[in-house]
Design a protein around this ligand. Structure first.
Ligand SMILES: Nc1ncnc2c1ncn2[C@@H]1O[C@H](COP(=O)(O)OP(=O)(O)OP(=O)(O)O)[C@@H](O)[C@H]1O
Length: 265
């Protein structure tokens, strides 16, 4: 999808959280009245110190956890239920079935749904997007950490989601693998036109990838500010080395300092 089209689309709302509050049964107030609107085609990062409720917010957005109070709207149509299939989720760990091949792992969401039509070609389409088409018959034990994460991303893409949610997907990877996956994720975002919300701990990662970085603070988990990364795509190594990148990293770091002030680390 072209940038201009993305800008027009971002007026269309894909997800909206209003007054989102989550209290766990043990009394922990994980999120306190969080408001967030995500426009179609956006790449939004949720950043904040450990325990500020990033994953909880993402799980609620995905329909994998319930809010205690507040509203979750998806696709801007006022529905409060998550439309299964229009959301893809990438977990922190690749969480692959060790006894199944790469293809079988990627096919899982469609297999569970019982929709077998075009299964093989859909699997190849997704494996090609992550550069693993020649590993279709391999087993997870034969793959590196980065390749396992690629399989996990391919599995999330198999339902052609409008909204792709990623929970700190690159935290365990080395720097070079991480940088490659950043570029591949941006390519997938551009090719599919999907909307992305990603949880991360990394200020630089959030600035490199996103058009908007939303910063949260802990105890209670809440939103404290956001930075629009108004730098053009495609983003390349030149962007990482340029002044636009460091300016935005400074802005996000200032919010992170604010988010972490008074925290015990
Ligand atoms: N199932 C649970 N029961 C009780 N408390 C929980 C549960 N899950 C998370 N919490 C607490 O809720 C708060 C928010 O947790 P969450 O995992 O959403 O934060 P996070 O920002 O994603 O953290 P991290 O960056 O460390 O993954 C934390 O204080 C955490 O201990």
């Amino acid at each position: 999808m072209r940038l201009e089209e993305r800008r027009q689309n971002s007026a269309v709302i894909v997800a909206r959280l209003e007054g989102l509050t989550k209290r766990y049964p043990n009394g922990t107030l994980a999120i306190d009245r969080m408001d967030l609107t995500v426009g179609k085609g956006e790449f939004v990062s949720l950043l904040g110190p450990s325990g500020c409720g990033k994953s909880t917010a993402l799980y609620i957005l995905a329909g994998l956890a319930n809010a205690t109070a507040g509203r979750v709207e998806l696709a801007g149509d006022g529905r409060q239920v998550v439309g299964a299939g229009s959301i893809g989720f990438v977990f922190q760990e690749p969480s692959l079935m060790p006894w199944a091949t790469v293809s079988e792992n990627v096919a899982l969401p469609l297999t569970l749904r019982g929709s077998a039509a075009d299964l093989a070609s859909e699997v190849i389409r997704c494996l090609t997007m992550v550069g693993l088409e020649t590993f279709a018959n391999a087993y997870p034990r034969e793959l590196s950490g980065g390749m396992k994460m690629r399989v996990s991303i391919a599995r999330a893409l198999i339902t052609r989601p409008q909204l792709l949610l990623l929970d700190e997907p690159f935290g365990a990877l080395d720097e070079i693998t991480r940088a490659r996956l950043h570029d591949d994720l941006l390519h997938i975002w551009s090719e599919t036109g999907c909307t992305i919300v990603m949880v991360t701990h990394s200020t630089t990662e959030s600035v490199y990838l996103s058009n908007r970085v939303v910063v949260m603070a802990a105890r209670p988990g809440r939103l404290i500010g956001s930075v629009d990364v108004s730098e053009p795509y495609p983003r390349t190594k030149a962007f990482r080395l340029g002044p636009g990148f460091s300016d935005h990293v400074r802005q996000v770091s200032a919010l992170m300092d604010h988010a972490s002030s008074g925290e015990l680390i």
